[in-house]
Write a protein that binds this ligand. Structure first.
Ligand SMILES: [Zn+2]
Length: 200
């Protein structure tokens, strides 16, 4: 905690004054251009990777960058997606996977998750991702699963009514990215997101 407190003090001393105008503007304006969905992994920092300023990215982070397919009922991920798309009106959605993802590694290597039931349940949202890597060589499994999971989660995203509406209106564009931690590179995946009609 000491490091965090020192960080806050440094922010107030050095960073905030340099961007005071921006923060004054942001105090009453929230118009991010992009919904950025990534893993909760501490090594993945959306604003750093994209060099975005405060106010530019609306961020949802979940273990394994998983987005459950839409089902009616209370759901924090669904509510955040709807807010970003329907209320804030983002024009782009980035689904960002990353190298050495713990969630994807646990699935690809079939780790025993019997002692972590919440994680085991949550990772079921990657069942379709896992099904897409059948037959891959073992050495490549995690990397391939990371990529296929981005594609599968974009398909899940398209089942959310707010996203389906925005896709139909062509007011939002979906992107699939993979961030490679050791090299710092970002690969944009070729994605074919199902049309809302097919996803319905
Ligand atoms: Zn991860």
């Amino acid at each position: 905690m000491q490091d965090l407190s020192e960080g806050v003090a440094q922010f107030q001393r050095d960073v905030y004054p340099a961007k005071a105008g921006l923060f004054t503007h942001l105090a009453t304006n929230h118009r991010p251009s992009t919904l950025f969905i990534s893993c909760s992994d501490a090594r993945v920092v959306p604003e750093l990777i994209t060099q975005s300023e405060p106010g530019e990215l609306f961020v949802i982070r979940t273990a394994g960058n998983l987005v459950p397919a839409y089902t009616p009922g209370p759901d924090g991920v669904a509510a955040s997606i709807e807010y970003a798309v329907s209320v804030l009106g983002v024009s782009d959605i980035v689904m960002c996977g990353h190298s050495a993802c713990g969630a994807m590694t646990a699935l690809a290597e079939q780790h025993d998750l019997s002692g972590a039931p919440a994680i085991a349940d949550w990772l079921r949202h990657a069942d379709a991702s896992l099904a897409r890597i059948a037959g891959e060589s073992r050495a490549q499994e995690v990397d391939v699963l990371v990529r296929e999971n981005v594609i599968a989660q974009l398909a899940n995203l398209a089942t959310h009514p707010s996203v389906a509406r925005a896709l139909t209106a062509k007011s939002v564009t979906l992107h699939g990215w993979v961030y490679d931690i050791p090299s710092g590179t970002v690969t944009e995946l070729r994605t074919s997101v199902p049309s809302p009609a097919l996803a319905a």
